[in-house]
Design a binder for this molecule. Structure first.
Ligand code: MCA
Ligand code: AMP
Length: 472
């Protein structure tokens, strides 16, 4: 069995369009041929790092790696040299796909020049049985450097099939989105889903309301920031009336945006909740209730439980009592690459994954995500950003004595990254921009602080620990 069932189905028509990225189009035959040649060029390779620009070359590299059974490590195209070097070293990638980046010494993958009949077809012979990760996705934690989340082909397949069931997603659909191709949302749901189910993908390169309106699709994916921008653009929103499903995820969809989208498009958006480590575990359904502010019930194969943060007792399913959300199911990750301790810590002794989110569940099994337990994980525009990563970059600057990074409420991004900095001396003009640039350059553009606030001291408790909640 294959992960990319529809793509490798020999009975499927060869010339049908399967992927469009901006103006670039790939038919099924072209994608298979290019991906197999790419995969053949990976023989004996370790993980392949793919600079995940929104392009058909990225699609070819990801599919080629999957077909060859070589773990694929997507690298954010806006990542700076320090983050790129870290991801390449930590993942032990042995080759690189995409435009070169400063400091990356890996050989570039050269697609093998072989006849299509000779190219490898590991996928057809059993990709789902391949041991080890199919994808290694880097994601931020509350402390330390980002970790590589290992997802097997079997987990990805289970996660996608659960969504197909909940959303009645079939080959008759065309998916439209313009999300980054280096995270679960845009890459797994947004690319591997279409290739598994045979529903063409139209990737709009950037997720702007105008491009969503111009595309002709039946399912649209976006993060709440993008849905907020669509809702603020009535002509673009009205163009989505012809769609079948509008799907929101990666961060909480404000109730006001849900209502405005409904009014303009006639659709009550589907909301679904997940994590890089778990794929999507909760969702509302194509054939079910869609309640603003709530993310629905467990998808097929998933179980959840909510336990009190003090003592761990189950909280009542009354839609009001809150506690720590734990999940289990076949789509969960295998572990954090090379970090057995962090992997063990993420699970309870009886095998449930600790999401780190606080939630409530009502008597009908509907869940609402109330927030995160820790202020150290920020969700900005749907990106997960660890405050510790940013703090450690800023502390390297000689003008910074102390720093605390938090997510402040933001009407567009949900949260925006803000750095509260105690300077060594009176800050000179331009220091705030310099610090912002430092983070953008070292980590990535999307992790840059939008605000830098100079303060005389940070709020601390009697033990000397910084109290970030007092900065919010
Ligand atoms: C980008 N720009 C740059 C650089 N990089 N400029 C200078 N130097 C750089 N290095 C430019 C862009 O081209 C753009 O220019 C402008 O900066 C804005 O950048 P950005 O900060 O990205 O824009 P934004 O408008 O603030 O972005 C909002 C966004 C973005 C589009 C919503 O945050 C986004 O794509 N979020 C999706 C995150 C996501 O997919 N998360 C899923 C995680 P110009 O505007 O001039 O063109 S997976 C997950 O959460 C799970 C499992 C789940 O539940 O889904
Ligand atoms: P990531 O690993 O980048 O996918 O981030 C996962 C986190 O995003 C979760 O732990 C939640 O805090 C948040 N998240 C994802 N989807 C939703 C949603 N629909 N509602 C609220 N929070 C969400």
């Amino acid at each position: 069995m294959s992960l990319l069932t529809a793509l490798v189905d020999p009975a499927a028509p060869a010339e049908v369009e399967v992927v469009r990225v901006g103006e670039e189009v790939l038919s099924r035959a072209e994608l298979l041929d290019r991906a197999r040649r790419f995969g053949a060029g990976l023989r004996d390779a370790g993980p392949v790092a793919v600079l995940a620009e929104p392009s058909v070359d990225t699609v070819v590299a990801v599919v080629g790696g999957l077909l060859a059974g070589v773990p694929v490590v997507p690298v954010p195209p806006d990542a700076g040299p320090r983050e790129v070097a870290y991801v390449v070293a930590d993942s032990r990638a042995t080759c690189w796909a995409g435009p070169g980046r400063d400091g990356v010494e890996l050989p570039c993958v050269l697609p093998a020049d072989v006849a299509p009949a000779d190219v490898i077809s590991a996928d057809v012979t059993g990709m789902l049985a391949t041991a080890g990760p199919a994808l290694i996705l880097y994601t931020s934690g509350t402390t330390g450097e980002p970790k590589g989340v290992e997802l097997s082909a079997a987990a990805i397949a289970a996660g996608l099939d659960a969504l197909a069931e909940a959303w009645e997603w079939t080959a008759a659909d065309t998916l439209v989105h313009g999300l980054p191709l280096f995270h679960t949302h845009g890459l797994i749901l947004g690319l591997l889903g279409p290739l598994r189910f045979g529903s063409p993908l139209h990737h709009t390169v950037r997720p702007t309301p105008a491009r969503y309106a111009a595309a002709r699709g039946s399912i649209y994916f976006a993060v709440p920031t993008v849905w907020g921008r669509v809702a603020a653009d009535p002509p673009a929103a009205r163009a989505l009336r012809r769609a079948r499903l509008l799907v929101s995820g990666s961060a909480p969809l404000p109730v006001s945006v849900f209502r405005r989208l409904h009014a303009l498009t006639g659709h009550r958006p589907i909301e679904r909740y997940g994590m890089t480590e778990t794929m999507i575990t909760l969702s509302t359904r194509a054939d079910g209730e869609r309640r603003p502010g709530w993310v629905g019930r467990p998808v097929a194969g998933v179980e959840t439980r909510i336990r009190s943060e003090e003592g761990g007792a189950a909280v009542p399913a009354d839609g009001e009592s809150i506690g720590a959300l734990e999940v289990r199911g076949p789509m969960l990750f295998d572990g954090y690459l090379g970090r057995p301790e962090a992997t063990a810590e993420a699970r309870t002794t009886d095998g449930w994954f600790r999401t780190g989110d606080i939630a409530t569940c009502d008597a009908d099994g509907f869940h609402r995500i109330v927030g995160r337990a820790s202020t150290d994980l920020i969700k900005s525009g749907g990106y997960r950003i660890g405050s510790g990563e940013i703090e450690s970059v800023l502390l390297d600057h000689p003008a910074v004595a102390e720093v605390a990074v938090v997510g402040l409420p933001d009407p567009d991004l949900g949260q925006r990254v803000a750095a509260f900095v105690v300077p060594e001396r009176t800050p000179r003009d331009g220091l705030a921009d310099e610090l912002t640039g430092l983070v953008a350059e070292a980590l990535s553009w999307h992790k840059r602080p939008r605000d830098v606030v100079f303060v005389e001291s940070l709020p601390r408790n009697a033990m000397g620990k910084v109290q970030k909640k007092r900065l919010l």
